[in-house]
Design a protein around this ligand. Structure first.
Ligand code: HEC
Ligand code: HEC
Ligand code: HEC
Length: 436
């Protein structure tokens, strides 16, 4: 950097008229701002805030195969939160899953991914949580799993086997932007905690792209987190970098609309990130190839379903009839929907998921797009649970899963019955007309 005499002089004048404490305060404010941005990228708020609870005051149940694990209060409260945490204690919790009292945290807190966060970013987040967050003196619900899962020391052995020991490794062959995307996806974004399949001891099969299983798709509860690699019926094969950025910033793009567990990720995390960061993540994801499918080359199938629906007589088979009567108005006979508003059902990852539970849930209960700054209106799909019985939903879901280019297994009425039981009657009847 070249410093002219002039700039040195003006710097000296500026420093003279500017007390060193207020300069330190400005630096501290910048650090807190940066920490806030990074905690958005890490989506801390989604897990550490309960429904209708105060921001970061914890108490939200994170489902695990062993029972609910409650997030803790991470506000700077000295009695209920982490107000007494030193930087080292904060760093150990965030990156290594070790609490200030030495106990091991359950991996419901995604520290296996967060260990990739740099020192610099961890320090900024510490500044934010200590000085930029409002203290809330309310204790969060405590986690009480049954034996042996209440034995936190056991987690230590799990850590040895299940997590890789790794700071983030940049790839020198890739651009700075690509590496920034990789850093956000693998680390703060902890995308793998939902999108990477888990192994026998519930560990993520991989934590970076060195392994083909990374981000190759997984089931979480009834939802399917699709593969983020190009391949068999995945949207990532067709979506451009711009389509991905649209999806990240608004929850919708030309083809699709978000539902299920991904809604919070868009609403609380991705829609708050800068365009540059979203672009970097999209570039990185598009560079990860997966299994190529032969099927998506086949364009004859969409024509057939569309023809059937367009020329439908009154006595057409019942899957097609149910589609025309209930879905056609928004998703259209070619299953292509309407760009940015009604998602495309043709060749859609949710529709083709091996496990149809997410599709069944949407037909029964409907779905609501998140409202984000860039796409504020929350568009809704009504639920049909009040109107269609289990058999009809199964027939309809099977039809949708086997039409156009879709090619997934049948759905039977018992599966629908099971999902219906998990939905409250209030939600099931939400779209029903009110008759007095
Ligand atoms: C997927 C959900 C999830 C996300 C995302 C998440 N946490 Fe956590 N976190 C938890 C859970 C659950 C616990 C409690 C685990 C336990 O009790 O063993 C926890 C515990 C903690 C603790 C230990 C607190 C204590 O009381 O000792 C800290 C600190 C923490 N999280 C910080 C963060 C920060 C900072 C972020 C964002 C970068 C974050 N968490 C994101 C679920 C999450
Ligand atoms: C809490 C679990 C969870 C986390 C964390 C998560 N996702 Fe997702 N994601 C999902 C689910 C479930 C879907 C399916 C949503 C749907 O079908 O509408 C999804 C869908 C997607 C899609 C659309 C894929 C398609 O084929 O339609 C993209 C892209 C995506 N996620 C990227 C990411 C990125 C990038 C991250 C990390 C910043 C991330 N996700 C973190 C659960 C998650
Ligand atoms: C009034 C318009 C409307 C009708 C009728 C409608 N949908 Fe939707 N559908 C939407 C909207 C809007 C979304 C996006 C909402 C969201 O994902 O949060 C959506 C989302 C979906 C999705 C999720 C797609 C994805 O990629 O996440 C599926 C699957 C779906 N609809 C299937 C159906 C089926 C099957 C029917 C008939 C029973 C139907 N829809 C009827 C408007 C409609």
């Amino acid at each position: 950097m070249k410093l002219s005499l002039f700039s040195l002089l003006s710097l000296a004048i500026a420093m003279g008229s500017y007390s060193s404490t207020s300069m330190a305060q400005d630096l501290q404010q910048d650090l807190i701002k940066k920490g806030e941005y990074l905690s958005n990228a890490g989506d801390c708020v989604a897990c550490h805030t309960s429904e209708n609870g105060e921001k970061f005051a914890g108490g939200r149940a994170v489902d695990s195969p062993f029972g609910p694990i409650y997030s803790t209060n991470i506000t700077p409260s000295k009695t209920a939160g982490i107000g007494n945490y030193t930087y080292e204690e904060f760093e150990q919790s965030l990156r290594h899953g070790i609490r200030a009292d030495g106990a091991f945290l359950y991996p419901a807190m995604p520290y296996p991914s967060y260990q990739k966060i740099t020192d610099e970013d961890t320090k900024a987040m510490y500044a934010y949580f200590m000085h930029g967050v409002k203290a809330v003196d309310v204790e969060a619900t405590e986690t009480s799993l049954s034996f042996p899962f209440n034995q936190r020391w056991g987690i230590r052995f799990w850590d040895w086997v299940a997590t890789d020991d790794g700071a983030f490794v940049a790839d020198p062959k890739q651009s700075e932007e690509h590496n920034r995307g990789a850093y956000l996806v693998q680390g703060l974004g902890h995308c793998g905690s939902c999108h990477t399949p888990r192994g026998i001891i519930y560990q993520e099969k991989s934590y970076d792209h060195a392994n083909k299983s990374f981000l190759s798709g997984a089931d979480i509860g009834i939802w399917h987190a699709p593969s983020l690699r190009a391949g068999n019926n995945t949207n990532l094969e067709h979506w451009s970098v711009q389509d991905l950025m649209d999806y990240f910033s608004t929850g919708r793009n030309y083809y699709s609309a978000v539902a299920g567990e991904m809604t919070d990720v868009i609403q609380y995390s991705l829609s708050h990130l800068t365009k540059d960061d979203l672009h970097a993540m999209a570039i990185y994801l598009k560079s990860q190839s997966g299994q190529k499918s032969a099927k998506s080359e086949d364009t004859s199938a969409p024509g057939n379903t569309t023809k059937l629906l367009n020329s439908a007589k009154v006595d057409i088979n019942s899957g097609a009839r149910l589609y025309l009567d209930n879905c056609n108005a928004c998703h259209f006979t070619d299953g292509a929907g309407a760009p940015h508003v009604f998602p495309q059902l043709d060749d859609n990852s949710l529709v083709n998921a091996e496990n149809p539970d997410g599709l069944i849930h949407i037909i029964l209960a409907g779905a609501r797009l998140p409202s984000t700054t860039n796409a504020p209106e929350a568009i809704e799909m009504p639920g049909f649970g009040w109107r269609l019985n289990d058999k009809e939903v199964a027939t309809l879901a099977t039809f949708v899963r086997q039409s156009w280019r879709n090619n997934a297994t049948k759905v039977d009425a018992d599966e629908v019955k099971e999902i219906r039981q998990t939905i409250s009657s209030e939600v099931l009847n939400k779209s029903a007309p009110q008759v007095y």
